[in-house]
Design a protein around this ligand. Structure first.
Ligand code: PEP
Length: 255
């Protein structure tokens, strides 16, 4: 594993709408003995909201951190069905995934809303994991960089420059999510280096601090070669994070 100098790799498992509280408990009990305590990489699971407190309790004192999958930007208010930063902090969440492509595509998550959510997460003390990525059509049309530039610039626009390094960005090409069609190591490295350069347009120092992950059909079998790329600082894992054994193998590959 070779995250850049000073950057600690992060492997995060996004469970999406999978696992009841009971199933989540069984998972964490199976995972904990499989992830060695002294290792370097950070480990996070992102369960559904209802399982957050139970996962925080069960993971306490271990290497595993617990992140949410979404968040509203306001602290409270008439926003039926939403969850605030303060609620996530109270539940013990360490961070939050923002702008996953499923939320953008199916639930109308906009760059405008994300521009408010990113600073709100940081203000609450949550580590934001901002997901960005292009569709297959956009890649084929040569529009990958344009799409990434728009998402990174708009979504981070209201994050103070000196806090940019605290944001985790996950490059998740949409054509690779849940499809088994993983990006090549060259594609992942190239897009991630481009994302880091976009952050560097605002601050070179913060760009060196910011972790940029790859996500999209990461499995135990392909994790090591992806994570060996110099700009790939970890992985956001969907399907393979649902099984403790395969998730632990990916964590192991991150060092
Ligand atoms: C994801 O949903 O963030 C993801 C990367 O999914 P998968 O690993 O299943 O492609």
């Amino acid at each position: 594993m070779s995250a850049g100098p000073g950057r600690r790799p992060l492997v995060a498992g996004n469970w999406k709408m999978h696992k009841t509280i009971g199933e989540a408990e069984a998972f964490i009990q199976a995972l904990l003995p499989r992830v060695s305590a002294g290792a370097h990489a950070e480990v996070a699971i992102c369960p559904p909201f209802l399982a957050l407190p139970a996962m925080v309790d069960s993971a306490r004192g271990s290497r595993v951190q617990v992140y949410a999958q979404n968040m509203h930007q306001e602290q409270a208010g008439a926003f039926t069905g939403e969850v605030s930063p303060a609620m996530l902090v109270e539940a013990g969440a360490h961070g939050v995934v923002l702008g996953h492509s499923e939320r953008r595509e199916m639930f109308g998550e906009s760059d405008k809303a994300l521009a408010l959510k990113l600073p709100a997460a940081l203000a609450a003390g949550l580590v934001p994991v901002l997901c960005v990525g292009e569709t297959e059509q956009e890649r084929e049309a040569g529009e990958t960089e344009r799409k990434l530039r728009r998402q990174v610039q708009e979504d981070l626009a209201q994050v103070e420059t000196e806090r940019l390094g605290e944001v985790v960005i996950a490059y998740e090409p949409i054509w690779a999510i849940g499809t088994g069609q993983v990006a090549t190591v060259e594609e992942a490295q190239e897009a991630i280096a481009f994302i880091r350069a976009l952050v560097a347009d605002r601050s070179g120092e913060e760009a060196e601090r910011a972790r940029v992950l790859y996500g999209g059909s990461v499995k135990a079998e392909n994790a090591a070669e992806l994570l060996a790329e110099p700009d790939v600082d970890g992985a956001l894992v969907g399907g393979a994070s649902l099984d403790p054994e395969s998730f632990a193998a990916i964590v192991e590959a991150a060092g």
